[in-house]
Design a protein around this ligand. Sequence first.
Ligand code: S3P
Length: 185
Amino acid sequence: MAQAESTRRVFLIGFMGAGKTTVGRELARRRRARFVDLDDLIEQREGQTIAQIFASAGEQAFRRIESAVLLSLLQENAGGGDLVVALGGGAFIQPENRKTIKRAAGTTVLLQASLSELQRRCQNDESRRIRPLAKERDRFAELFASRQALYELAEFHVATENRSIEQVVNAIQEILSATRPEVKQ
Ligand code: S3P
């Protein structure tokens, strides 16, 4: 993937309920960048909801689709154009996706929140309907614990609890203006 040097690709990482989509949309608006929610893109390309993909094909198949859609998004964007991407909660856990993001010289930002706050945001009927992995409280907690070390590989970590969307976006903007991505290839 050839990289246009001035292009900034920001990837928001974090567990279900961390606010990746809401924050990402506002961050993109402020930066006049294109916003992509990876789950929405998967649903558009597959013509099925995430829940339907999990139910009909299983999680492993979903992970393959997720990696392929991420790769094709970044291939399409290789010529340039600022991007803000809200990843699904499991995307950054896959080594292949971390490599894809690195090759695209992506800036990775982890949105942090405590388990109790994420449970509060995700353990309602609507969220459980949309998110297959939020259905069971115990599984949600186990997944949260098992993913922490890999989430922490994100370059920048931003706390979200007791902060408004605007405050979180401001914190990310400060980080972005103080840093430039390392351009690879
Ligand atoms: C998942 C998170 C979801 C979605 C899928 C799997 C996960 O995205 O990709 O249900 O493995 O954590 P959100 O983090 O946007 O809810």
